[in-house]
Design a protein around this ligand. Structure first.
Ligand code: ATP
Length: 327
């Protein structure tokens, strides 16, 4: 399967084991709003795939269609080799999901809520339910709060209870929609460690996030959505390597610097001390000469490695400034 010409793909997508999840031509419209636009997503088995995108780019809608919670307008979804939503009963027992609004009962305790979920797990016998609930509570750090009513939980505790619900039984795939939403730094670290444990156990994880540093630290793969379209996917390290290096120029005159660089059709954006310019179409000496020629005072210029933040900015900024990347 070849990717659309405007999608950045790292590594061969059609080799290796069958993907844990995949979509082809996936599209969802709400009236005139195109929420998801012909997305061909591959979530490789064993990967921790970070789904990134600005607000409203279609992450949640894609995840909901993967899980059979929303019916696509067009296209196909396969989850663990089963067509969705028709074969949901086969696929879903192996899938743990934390999506918005897990529907917990406000007047029951966290533990009682999990027991209700456990009762609906086809692979849990009644004898093993209580043990599975206690294990899941411990895994997300809620053992002590397990007896308290859900209504009194903080947003972070609610997120963690949702995660516990996703981990009640061993899964092949765990899908987490913005799992660190509302969590403090300690809670965020806990989620990170749960994801690392799952990865170590060979579980595939699909996690949507708007926290780039978080994704860079925890994920092996990324998929970037913009305006409903998939604009990049693949192994994180390969995607970053495929990016060209950049030059950070420290200057007080960022306005002239950006104007000069953009007039020369270079990709540049403001940086903490000045501007950052990609060295795709010009060398570092070219850029410096260009700026000096335009009267821009330069305090310092340093080459730097492209991080996920730069990749993301380039893929999701206005198309005028982001020339098409050709693999
Ligand atoms: N049920 C719905 N009815 C109408 N429009 C919807 C519905 N669900 C999503 N949309 C629209 O589809 C687009 C994609 O939304 P979606 O929630 O999938 O994006 P997202 O990337 O998850 O955003 P965020 O990061 O803000 O959660 C948005 O324009 C949104 O307003």
């Amino acid at each position: 399967m070849t990717a659309p010409a405007d999608t950045v793909v790292a590594g061969p997508s059609s080799e290796g084991p069958a993907p844990a999840a995949r979509t082809r031509g996936l599209r969802k419209t709400y009236g005139r709003t195109v929420a998801v636009d012909h997305v061909d997503l591959d979530v490789p088995e064993g990967a921790v795939l970070g789904m990134l995108g600005p607000n409203g780019s279609g992450k949640t809608t894609t995840i909901r269609m993967l899980l059979g919670l929303v019916r696509p307008t067009e296209g196909e979804v396969e989850l663990l080799g089963h067509r969705m939503p028709d074969r949901a009963a086969e696929a879903l027992p192996d899938v743990g999901a934390l999506v918005e609004g897990p529907g917990f009962h406000p007047f029951l305790s966290g533990r009682e809520n999990l027991l209700r979920l456990a009762a609906a797990e086809p692979r849990l016998t009644s004898a093993r339910m209580a043990g599975a609930v206690d294990d899941a509570l411990e895994r997300v750090g809620l053992t002590r709060a397990g007896g308290r009513r859900y209504r009194g939980y903080s947003l972070g505790m609610k997120q963690r209870l949702g995660l516990a619900g996703a981990l009640l039984v061993p899964r092949r795939l765990v899908v987490l929609d913005e799992p660190t939403n509302g969590l403090d730094p300690a809670g965020t670290r806990e989620i990170r460690s749960v994801i690392a444990d799952l990865h170590r156990d060979g579980v595939t994880v699909l996690v949507s996030s708007h926290l780039l540093a978080e994704v860079e630290a925890t994920c092996t793969h990324v998929a970037v959505l913009n305006d409903g379209a998939l604009v990049a996917q693949g192994e994180l390290a390969e995607l970053l390597e495929s990016e060209s290096p950049a030059l950070e120029v420290s200057t007080p005159d960022t306005t002239t610097a950006l104007e000069t660089l953009r007039a020369a059709h270079l990709t540049a954006r403001p940086a903490p001390d000045g501007v950052r310019v990609e060295l795709t179409r010009a060398t570092a000496p070219d850029v410096i000469a260009m700026l000096v020629g335009a009267g821009v005072p330069i305090h310092e210029a340093t080459r730097s490695r492209t991080g996920l933040e730069d990749l993301f900015a380039r893929l999701t900024q206005d198309s005028e400034e982001s020339p098409t990347w050709t693999p």
